[in-house]
Design a protein around this ligand. Sequence first.
Ligand code: NDP
Length: 268
Amino acid sequence: MDRYAVIGNPIGHSKSPQIHRLFAEQTGEQMSYEALLAPIDDFAGTLRSFLSDGLGINVTVPFKEQAWALVDQHTPAAQRAGAVNTIQRQADGSLLGDNTDGKGLVRDIQHNAGLSLAGLKILLVGAGGAARGVIQPLLAAGPAQLCIVNRTVSKAEALGALFIDLGPVSAAGFQWIEEPVDLIINATSASLAGDLPEISPKLIRPGHTWCYDMMYANEPTPFNRWAAEQGAERCLDGLGMLVEQAAEAFLLWRGVRPETAPVLAALR
Ligand code: NDP
């Protein structure tokens, strides 16, 4: 049986095994997919041991940057992102690193939710690994403007500078931006602690602005609850992004892209 896995620390909460099992059932692919806990100080050893036999692996918190440094080749998306969430062992044994997070986000917003990003004013909140991974695909969708804001402004500025050749990207501090935008994407980990990034409520034009929290939970996230209180037109969470990035990984590994709608419905 062809073996795949997701590796992280912690890993018990991961929905990836369930998602890939549903994809395999749906497409008739003969494969297994497990959750692998890597010790914080031995990611490389755990990864190499699995890939001596396994064909591919997804990488999650906190190892995406380490994975980037370990693989032999990068796809263009991973090269820019500086982080790898999908690895494929190739026929010659070398490791190819991809980053499917951004493709997953853009597909969830445009295809699943039906919001075209072309010409929109987008605010990306946060400048960590998740933000970095989605900037290139967001710019490729042709927004009028992509402004990155972060609590630590210098990190937003560094990210903006890294992608400036790819489109209309800028950077700012939370308090500097008050004009309404069309879409706000929360790529901070604030929701994990029940916190909110301190952005202005004026950024939301009631009945117009869409909000997307990369975090997902059974209940609306703190960010999405706040956005709904400000009158946001739609509030989406990151479960669709998770399923779509998984579908992109499955496509890379198995050459077939599964239908995501039934899997998303099953998870909800
Ligand atoms: P990082 O640790 O790399 O970055 C965290 C970011 O959040 C930084 O920009 C940090 O700001 C900011 N932040 C943290 N706490 C606060 C706060 N209280 N107020 C304001 N800003 C804050 O995390 P990741 O980028 O890897 O992950 C971010 C989120 O995205 C997580 O919730 C993760 O679960 C989610 N995610 C979802 C995916 C999906 O498929 N749905 C895929 C990948 C990630 P500063 O720089 O100032 O410290």
